[in-house]
Ligand binder design. Structure first.
Ligand code: ADP
Ligand code: MG
Length: 254
């Protein structure tokens, strides 16, 4: 059963065409990796799927579980179960991690049941404590302002903390590995793997093969010039690690 289906997706940013016909289908239970050089449109794909207003879809389709994503506002896509871990998480001074997560969680619950009164404080505390432990984060993070003064690695952990707390159906992880040292990478990957069986699909966007040693993909795709130029199994990631992207650039000139 196909979960996320992307057909001939074209996306403009400031009237420049960045995505030029992306096709991708992630079947239920699969993990797909998208690799590729910088500036080829990986984050553009992530933002377009989540509904960032600057990323204008000019052609094509994107559905999650049969529902057209492109007609929905970002919060509606989130309520449907789509989650994006940002490559560059934004700081929100004044909003604590705990408050942010509880508000997001309650917004989702309200979609499922308009009468819902929200998660109880003790239940929420218990859940947050459990997820912080999963990511080996100190409980003091809960009271700090979201990403405010966090290190690069801490921001990436907080993204996965959000994923673990919201329990989405489908996650897109945009360069979650960048900024993580090897120990943090292992912890974060374990955190992702702990949710793997409960999610219907995960898209791991990465520049480097390293994270794929921990989060093992079923399929690997390479994005080049706004299209998926090559697809294969995990061995494709290993080949890219050894040989770089040059052979692909030669095979698929701009
Ligand atoms: P990747 O994630 O593969 O490194 P991006 O999707 O971030 O690539 O960027 C693809 C191209 O789109 C780049 O040439 C980049 O400069 C351009 N681009 C992305 N976002 C914006 C934006 N907000 N404004 C202008 N150009 C953008
Ligand atoms: Mg990017």
């Amino acid at each position: 059963m196909a979960e996320l289906v992307i057909k001939n997706l074209h996306v403009n940013v400031d009237d420049n065409e960045i995505l030029k016909g992306v096709n991708l289908a992630v079947n239920s239970g699969e993990v797909h990796a998208i690799m590729g050089p910088n500036g080829t449109g990986k984050s553009t794909l992530a933002y377009a799927l989540m509904g960032h207003p600057k990323y204008e879809v000019t052609q094509g389709e994107a559905t999650l579980d049969g529902t057209n994503l492109l007609d929905l506002a970002p919060n509606e896509r989130s309520a449907l179960g789509l989650f994006l871990a940002f490559q560059y998480p934004v700081a929100v001074p004044g909003v604590s991690v705990a408050n942010f997560l509880r508000t997001a969680l309650n917004a989702h619950r309200k979609v499922d049941d308009p009468e819902d009164k929200g998660i109880s404080i003790p239940d929420f505390r218990k859940k947050l404590k459990e997820k912080l432990a999963l990511l080996e984060m100190d409980e003091s993070f809960a009271g700090r302002y979201l990403n405010d003064g966090f290190s690069g690695g801490e921001k990436k952990r907080i993204e996965i903390l959000q994923m673990a707390t919201l329990e989405p159906k489908f996650s897109i992880l945009d360069e979650t590995d960048s900024g993580l040292d090897i120990d943090a990478l292992k912890i974060v990957s374990d955190g992702v793997n702990a949710t793997r069986g409960k999610q219907q699909g995960i898209l791991v966007i990465t520049h480097y093969q390293r994270i794929l040693n921990y989060i093992k993909p079923d399929f690997v795709h390479v994005m080049l010039h706004g299209r998926i130029a090559q697809s294969g199994g995990p061995e494709l990631a290993l080949q890219l690690e050894e040989e770089g992207y040059e052979w692909l650039r030669e095979k698929y000139p701009a």
